[in-house]
Design a protein around this ligand. Sequence first.
Ligand SMILES: Nc1ncnc2c1ncn2[C@@H]1O[C@H](COP(=O)(O)OP(=O)(O)OP(=O)(O)O)[C@@H](O)[C@H]1O
Ligand SMILES: [Mg+2]
Length: 212
Amino acid sequence: MSGRPRGALLTVEGVEGAGKTTQAARLVEALRSSGREAVLTREPGGTELGRDIRRMLLALDGEAPAPEAELLLYLADRAQHVRRLVGPAIERGAIVVADRFSDSTIAYQAHGRGLPLDAVRAIDDFARGGIAPFLTFVLDLEPEAGLVRARATGPADRLESEEIAFHRRVREGFRAIAAASPGRVVVLDASRPVDDLAREIAATALDRLEHA
Ligand SMILES: Nc1ncnc2c1ncn2[C@@H]1O[C@H](COP(=O)(O)OP(=O)(O)OP(=O)(O)O)[C@@H](O)[C@H]1O
Ligand SMILES: [Mg+2]
């Protein structure tokens, strides 16, 4: 590599408990071991404002947001995140690894909640302001298995408490996104062992970045 390294956004997506946080952290370790600057972040909650929005979105008490309000809260988080953190990091040549990004909005708000796909896409485009993932890993898992895993990390939040049919629509949403963007999205069977998945994700990411 010569000159300034080129920055990029890599995203890790999937249903509740699929292993996103685990694999995003492992990917950052692998990127750093390869000598790249890597930044680990997540949505919602990658910025200070975003952490307030995250609490509003995931709290079980208080008033549940209408689907349209929920969409706009996620996108307010994203608008802040790309302008304050993701964009500047990419500009200076870092690899940003985001634990959820726009594909979650499409899967949860359009496929899960049933909001119109075109409207969700349009407003997400506005929020992202041109920042898009270079490569995305979808950790595909039966929602029931993911929810069991998620229980191991703490009490259910508002999303995890949704009915199973909602989580099934979300999973199908991720699969539809992957089918529509095979060049960007890599689907992995998230029931595989953590180390096995981490190895494949690191190898794929390093290879794609090398040949970008
Ligand atoms: N491949 C795997 N096999 C078995 N258990 C796993 C695997 N990946 C992660 N786990 C475990 O499942 C739980 C959930 O993992 P993790 O928090 O990474 O998932 P997540 O997708 O970030 O969940 P959430 O949607 O709740 O943020 C953790 O206890 C983690 O150790
Ligand atoms: Mg997580």
